[in-house]
Design a protein around this ligand. Sequence first.
Ligand code: HEM
Length: 413
Amino acid sequence: MSTVGRDLASVELTARELWQAGPPHELFERMRAECPIHWTESFEEFPDEAGFWSVTTADDIHAVSRDWQTYSSERGGVLAALGGLPLELAQAMFIGMDPPKHDRLKALFQAGFTPKRIAAHEDAIRAIVRDILSRVEGREGCELVNEVAQPVVARVIGSFMGIPPEDDTMWANLMNSTLGASDPELNPHGIQGAVEKDIPEIFERCRKLIAERREHPTDDLTSVLVHAEVEGEKLEEHEIVMGFFLLVAAGNDSTKATYCSGMRALMEDPSQKQLLLDDPSLVPAAVEESLRMFPAFAHFRRTATRDTELHGQKIKEGEKVVMWYVSSNRDETRYEDPERFDVRRNPEHQAFGAGGRHFCLGTALARLELRILFEETLKRFPQMQLAGEPTVVESLFINQLKAMPVRFAPAAA
Ligand code: HEM
């Protein structure tokens, strides 16, 4: 659906037709130029949900993200697109809490995510990636999202959390049908189905694993969380369950999304792929460019705790404010030619959030995993090409491909 020539005030950003091929980048470009703080009146799918402000420029998102006193994560939850998710559930994860509750829990979880702990996994992650690439080698091609990316991310986060490998697919499916609940193919029962069936199952399985680790500690993250202490205080059981859910959800989804979209961009512009083949030391810069252009999460949300003003726009207490990273990462005041994918750019970006209390906990793990995924895929399949049109997940939240057929060598003439 084109919005060219339409008055922006009449545009409902949540209209599904706008998102069918992924985020509506042309619309966001207009919003940044003409109406950087934009009001959408309602959600098509969630008529009870009040409207929201969209924040579209990098500077404004930076300001919102750092001011947790004015823009609360807790009061209305951080997810706009999963509007059917009960607020109590959103508030039980530390991503949906404000300080001081948030800070205490995050500090405890950080014990499992120190750069040293993450770096120690490099060899193990590389072995996982190589093993999964070997499974598709020898064939003409594969479906990159579900045959490579999904099993890799599921095993990496699975090995962190202590999930047995035979359960990876089950966990990945539970997470996909929860986070991708707006896509009928990923979850025919929608968000209500996720709340009634998938989420209780996730919690039940978490509790079982936690009980096992209490009895028999290992060196996985679940054991670290079960036994972690800050100033003599341990985590409560429900805090571990919610944290486990948050980590497995973030770990299963985000890295997969960025890797697949980055690989697509490389295949669509073989000269960019060639730059990486000629000089693999550019891979970390290509990772940052993929994060910039294809942030795995299109947005997170805040709720105003008082009347305030942003970029000249009055915002009332209680109103919802959505930070669109898919827009700010292409903000022309920050990037030259922002729509161009350039592996040499090595940009700063807001894919992991824009600083502040909720800055992503998993950045070191995500960056390491992405670097290894790009390195190993390009080494093993330097001639990889698209073998069909990729499909995208229907979602305003997860910015992700659903399937991408590839071949490993150019098709015979
Ligand atoms: C490409 C990969 C990733 C992207 C783009 C990403 C993005 C983000 C963003 C934008 C936020 C900020 C939320 C907010 O401001 O409300 C966030 C928070 C978070 N992320 Fe990530 N993430 C990624 C990978 C991971 C991984 C691998 C993990 C862990 C396994 C993880 C765990 C978390 C957690 C726990 C939070 C909440 C932090 C807090 O509330 O203090 N993320 N992530």
